[in-house]
Design a protein around this ligand. Structure first.
Ligand code: UGY
Ligand code: MN
Length: 247
């Protein structure tokens, strides 16, 4: 059933947001052409990063110059050719990449209908640690590990979990009925895209029914919890800032 006229599940609060597909409005983003781009989360919302959803047409492309911004990307559907500096590889659905700050990157030969999520932030370097290198990979090569011992809630950590990286991009997959084991409250910020299935997300003191296609922003210290519901597994892709000093 379509959303009743004049209504939406979208809610933008001061420290969290749920963005349902029905409210998407395109932006023109320099560097992206032949695509519909929606800036789902950014500083205008209160976030310290940006989350973009790019849906390519045939011949669409992305060309980003080398700047202080780093980008993690995930192909939900379709695919294309990813170039980061001298690295080049074809990505299909489930493909992902990390373009470090200081490296130009592009996507060409995107298949029509390709859905790509981008997470972008300004890189925070760490004294004495070499900056992270470019990565192009595929989520099917990353084994899901039981989350805090629960085999029904599995986490795929797509980028190396080492101090050089100041961001993480993970996929969390829950069997129906599985939950985050407790209400997390942490300094790390999240941007999230529901990939499959459905469930209920607790954000601060509100509980939201969520399903594939929904995006969520959680500010630092936003209390958060999830339960997967329905008859199929629920999964989400998410961003997290990591590995930097408290002060
Ligand atoms: O990595 C995390 O903080 C993750 N457990 N949070 C979440 O799924 N909301
Ligand atoms: Mn969390």
């Amino acid at each position: 059933m379509s959303t009743p006229y004049g209504q939406t599940r979208t809610r933008v609060a001061a420290r969290h947001a749920l963005i349902a597909r029905d409210g998407h409005v395109k932006s023109v983003v320099p560097g992206i052409s032949g695509a519909a781009t929606v800036i789902l989360i950014n500083a205008a919302m209160g976030a310290n990063f940006a989350q973009l959803l790019v849906t390519f047409e045939t011949g669409g492309r992305a060309d980003f110059p080398a700047t202080e911004v780093e980008t993690a990307g995930y192909f939900e559907t379709g695919g294309g050719v990813v170039r980061i500096g001298r690295e080049k590889a074809k990505c299909g659905a489930g493909g992902f990449f990390f373009a470090p700050a200081g490296a130009a990157w592009s996507i060409t030969a995107a298949k029509a209908g390709t859905r790509l999520t981008l997470f972008q932030k300004k890189f925070a370097s760490l004294a004495g640690v070499a900056a992270p290198a470019a990565i192009i990979g595929d989520a099917s090569d990353v084994k899901g590990q039981p989350f805090l011992g629960d085999p029904d809630a599995r986490l795929q950590v797509l980028l190396p979990d080492v101090p050089a990286f100041d961001l993480a991009m993970n996929i969390f997959t829950y069997q129906p009925g599985a939950t985050l084991p407790f209400v997390e409250t942490h300094v790390m910020e999240h941007g999230l895209l529901m990939l499959t299935g459905q469930g209920v997300y607790r954000l601060e003191d509100s509980w939201y029914p969520v399903a594939a296609g929904d995006a969520i922003w959680m500010a630092p210290y936003c209390p958060q919890w999830f339960v997967a519901m329905g008859k199929t597994p629920a999964s989400y892709l998410y961003y997290k800032d990591v590995n930097r000093a408290a002060l």
